[in-house]
Design a protein around this ligand. Sequence first.
Ligand SMILES: [Zn+2]
Length: 343
Amino acid sequence: MPRREVPADARAKPPRARWSVHFGCVPGGTCGTNGRKIGRRRRAISEDFARCTAKTAKWLQPRALIATFRALLWLASVSVGPVAAAPPYKGTVFLDPNILTQSDPTALRSLTPRGRGDRMMFDRRVNGWITARAYLFDAQFDDGLDIEIQVNPEFSAAAAVAEASKYAESIGRLPTLLRAGVETVWLHRGRKLFGGGNKNILIHLQMAEEYMRDGFLEEALMHEGVHSSLDPQHRRSPGWRAAQAADGKYISEYALDHPDREDLAESFVPYFAVRHRVDRLPKAMRETILKAIPNRIAYFDSLTRETLAFGVWRTPPPISLRSVRSIRFWEPARAVHVREVEP
Ligand SMILES: [Zn+2]
């Protein structure tokens, strides 16, 4: 949630004389700011009293009272501000395993071995960049996109073929627009977090097998595909900023904690769910998502109308946001286990 900026004039300390004179004066009494003078000279007392009474009378005029009341209301709104609503989910990768499954069609057309070559890859096991003589594969997709799969040489040649084929097929289940910015995929052993960005998707095999076992592999790949394909142009765009502000809340705690880095990726999986997998989604979850981020959904709608219209994906009729009713349920969600590779 973008912090509400306090106007500079509200932060500035009011002129001391102005406030002490206006609010220190009591009609018919003494003026607090000049109290010491009052005890010294009777003439000064009468002069101060007259001046104070005149200023008090001026402040009691209806126009001045109304202006004061308005100013107090404004100060109250600035100091309190809107209360940010809590996100409905911890993370969105694990919302529902049926959003994208192994049974969905893939756009993978072919996987061609290209021998081996030196490649620089990020490996979370050493938390850094390595250069390895990787097994290389050219994955081609029905929508004209292609990706180089780079497999760590710690695998045997046969295992490299099997793993490259498996994950190229899963990546082919992503919508076209989420593969458009992916140029390479890194495959390593190890139970480490996935990564996105760098025009790449980073996969550690043991973690991928856990995701696959639980049904969340494609959802995790979708999240990372957003980082590589949509983040560069959209995560800080004026339109996205406006959608964030208009929604006034985040879909997940992960997005709230990292609004610039994660909000786009965290919002896309639930967007895809309510727009393209609504028949697989529990009704309460659908309503929660539509209620939480309607403006972000509209933003994605403007992006996907063309890019989902070809390849293996078809765009179903849009859901009417007017049909959303108040939210009564909050679904628990597992913590997100997806982090980014720092370039
Ligand atoms: Zn992420």
